[in-house]
Design a protein around this ligand. Structure first.
Ligand SMILES: NC(=O)c1ccc[n+]([C@@H]2O[C@H](COP(=O)([O-])OP(=O)(O)OC[C@H]3O[C@@H](n4cnc5c(N)ncnc54)[C@H](OP(=O)(O)O)[C@@H]3O)[C@@H](O)[C@H]2O)c1
Length: 327
C-alpha cells in the first residue's frame, strides 16, 4: 500500500510517498481502508519535532511513527481477534492520536474503541474532519462545567478546525456566542451561529468592557491577565491552543489565578473519546452542526497540505482524500 512517511523531523519536504506492507490487525484492532484523513496542528508539531515536548511521545532523536495522521474516515476491511462491535464493510471514523497514528496511508490498523460509525449523512471527506477538532471543541466547552442556556461564550480563534466546531457546539448548547477571527472570516462565523463577531485586527475584546461567562481560547495570543479582564463574575477560561506562553500560563498560573480571583482557569488536553464522538455524530446527522472544509488534497500532495496548515490561517479543515483502484 502507499503511505506518506518521514524518517527525520523537519519541513514538509521530508515527507515521501512510500510503498509499505499493508498492516495486519492485532487483538482488538480492525484494518481500515482510509478514504479520507484530515490534518491537525498536532501533525505539524510531530513532523517538525517542535515544540520539543512533542518528541516526548514521538521519539527524541527521530520519529517513532513513520506515518502521521490522526483523523480518518473509511471502511473496515478486516478485523482482528477479540473485535466485537465492528465488521468488514462498516463505515467508520475516528481519532488515532492515542493508538499510533498512521492515517496518511491507504490502510491503517486502529483499536476498535477509538472508532465510531461514520455519520450517514456525511461524505468520508466531511467525516474525516470531525474527530479531533469537534471532540476538542466539545471537551473545551465542557472543561470548566456545563454551558448553561443563555451563557455568554467567547471563542478566541473561531475560524479554524477547532474554532468552527466550537462556535456551532456552543450555539447548540444555547449559548450567546461571540466569535473572534479575522475580517475575512466574519461572515463564516455568523453563518455558523455567532451572534457577535469581533475582527481581532480592529477591536480588542479584552478592552471593550463586555464580559463573558466562558472564554474558550482556541488560537489565543493574549496573557491570562488580559483574558481575565473579559470574564464576568465566576467566569471560566479554558485554554485549548494557540500561543505556547498562554498555554503554559494556564497550566502553571491558572490554579493560582482561579483561587485568587474566584474564576476557573483550565488548560485543556483533549482525549479521543467515543461517547463524545457519538454525541457530535448525532448533531452532524441532524444538521445541527456542519463540518467546514477549506481544501482537499490527494495523498501525494500532503507536503503542500502541511505547508498550508502551517500558514496558520486555514478556514476550517484540510483534508487528504485517498483513491482506491477498486472504488
Ligand atoms: N488542547 C488540545 O488537546 C488540542 C487539541 C486540538 C488542537 N489544539 C490546538 O488548538 C489550536 C487550534 O487548532 P485548529 O485545529 O483549530 O488550528 P487551525 O485550524 O490551524 O487554526 C487556523 C485558524 O486560526 C486562526 N487564527 C490564526 N491566528 C489567529 C489569531 N491571532 N487570533 C485568532 N485566530 C487566529 C485563523 O483564523 P484567521 O485566518 O481568521 O486569523 C485560522 O482560521 C492549535 O494550537 C492546536 O494545537 C489543542
Amino acid at each position: 500500500m502507499l503511505a506518506m512517511t518521514y524518517r527525520v523531523y523537519g519541513a514538509p519536504d521530508v515527507l515521501q510517498v512510500t510503498t509499505v506492507p499493508t498492516p495486519t490487525p492485532g487483538v482488538g484492532e480492525v484494518l481500515v481502508q482510509v478514504h479520507a484523513a484530515s490534518l491537525n496542528q498536532a501533525d505539524l508539531y510531530l513532523l517538525r519535532g517542535e515544540p520539543w515536548i512533542a518528541r516526548l511521545s514521538s521519539g527524541l532523536r527521530r520519529p517513532k511513527h513513520p506515518t502521521l495522521g490522526a483523523d480518518i474516515a473509511g471502511h473496515v476491511v478486516a478485523v482482528g481477534s477479540g473485535v466485537t462491535q465492528l465488521q468488514p464493510g462498516d463505515a467508520v471514523y475516528g481519532d488515532l492520536a492515542a493508538c499510533g497514528l498512521g492515517g496518511f496511508a491507504e490502510y491503517v490498523c486502529a483499536r476498535e474503541e477509538v472508532l465510531a460509525p461514520k455519520p450517514a449523512s456525511l461524505s468520508f471527506a466531511q467525516a474525516a474532519v470531525v474527530p479531533m477538532a469537534a471532540v476538542t471543541a466539545l471537551q473545551g466547552l465542557r472543561a470548566a462545567g456545563p454551558v448553561e442556556a443563555g451563557a455568554r461564550v467567547l471563542i478566541h480563534g473561531a475560524s479554524g478546525g477547532v474554532g468552527t466546531f466550537a462556535v456551532q457546539l456552543a450555539r447548540a448548547m444555547g449559548a450567546q456566542v461571540t466569535a473572534v477571527c479575522s475580517a475575512r472570516n466574519v461572515e463564516q462565523a455568523r453563518t455558523l451561529g455567532a451572534e457577535h463577531v469581533i475582527d481581532y485586527a480592529r477591536e480588542d475584546f479584552t478592552q471593550d468592557g463586555r464580559r463573558y461567562d466562558l472564554i474558550l481560547v482556541v488560537n489565543g495570543r493574549r496573557s491570562l491577565a488580559e483574558y481575565r479582564r473579559a470574564l464576568g463574575p465566576r467566569g471560566r477560561l479554558v485554554v485549548a491552543g494557540g500561543d505556547v506562553g498562554t498555554i503554559l500560563q494556564a497550566m502553571f498560573l491558572g490554579p493560582v489565578m482561579s483561587l485568587a480571583h474566584s474564576i476557573t482557569v483550565r488548560s485543556l488536553v483533549a482525549r479521543p473519546n467515543r461517547d463524545d464522538l457519538l454525541f457530535v455524530g448525532q448533531l452532524l446527522d441532524s444538521a445541527v452542526i456542519v463540518p467546514v472544509i477549506d481544501r482537499c488534497y490527494p495523498l501525494n500532495a500532503l507536503p503542500d497540505a502541511m505547508r498550508y496548515l502551517g500558514s496558520g490561517h486555514a478556514r476550517g479543515k484540510i483534508v487528504i482524500t485517498m483513491e482506491h483502484p477498486n472504488q
